[in-house]
Design a protein around this ligand. Structure first.
Ligand code: GRF
Length: 205
């Protein structure tokens, strides 16, 4: 299966996928990454893609007159690589109608909280602010909402007292350790086994 991965930052989730495919081989893992897309330049995620010899593309919202034009450009750039599955791995933009028309039902996202709790761009900080005792990460299919699509898998991470001392980055790093393993496992199973989405239920064969 062909994967396109979308990133906006450090790209450690992308790196985890790259490492798993390198270790198991594309055949063993069931998928290969054919391109990496981003919404901004000069991020480590793009460096990681280039080091892996992958083609990359960048579409910045501010380069387009409207959000719809950006969405169509991102969708077109992604479609050019004919992915079977798109993986939003720390991609920090909400995709729109055109993107969903092409990739809805075959685009997964990873979020650093236990959805439906704490959706949006500050899931880790919001869980801490709320005083949650456990939080974690969620891998889900992307739909037209913000972090609202059908859940595929979740991982739980305990919140520690010292997590309240800083800005959540210590907790986020612990979440990311779980998140990377969860994403690698889920993407591999979706690619190897195939899956069905029945309402809010995801059935992996
Ligand atoms: C991940 O925790 C992702 O869930 C969140 O931002 C982080 C991105 O990490 N949206 P990376 O870019 O994969 O290192």
């Amino acid at each position: 299966k062909r994967l396109v991965v979308l990133v906006s930052g450090s790209g450690t989730n992308l790196q985890a996928l790259l490492d798993a495919i390198a270790a198991q081989g594309a055949a063993g893992y069931g998928a290969e990454i054919v391109a990496v897309g981003a919404d901004r330049e000069n991020i480590a995620g793009l460096d990681r893609a280039e080091r892996a010899g992958l083609p990359t593309f960048v579409h910045r919202v501010k380069d387009y007159g409207t959000r719809e034009e950006w969405d169509a450009a991102l969708a077109g750039a992604t479609a050019a690589y004919a992915p079977d599955l798109v993986v939003s791995a720390g991609f920090m933009k909400i995709v729109g109608k055109e993107f969903l028309a092409r990739f809805g039902g075959r685009c997964v996202n990873t979020h650093p909280a236990l959805l439906p709790s704490f959706p949006g761009a500050h899931g880790v900080r919001d869980a801490l602010a709320y005083g949650a005792k456990v939080t974690g990460c969620t891998v889900h299919f992307v739909d037209d909402g913000v972090d609202t699509g059908p859940i595929i898998a979740q991982g739980v991470v305990e919140v520690r007292n010292e997590d309240y001392e800083d800005d959540g980055s210590a907790l986020h790093e612990r979440i990311k350790e779980v998140e990377r393993r969860l994403l690698v496992d889920v993407v591999g199973r979706l690619a190897r086994n195939g899956y069905r989405i029945e309402g809010r239920k995801v059935v992996i064969q």
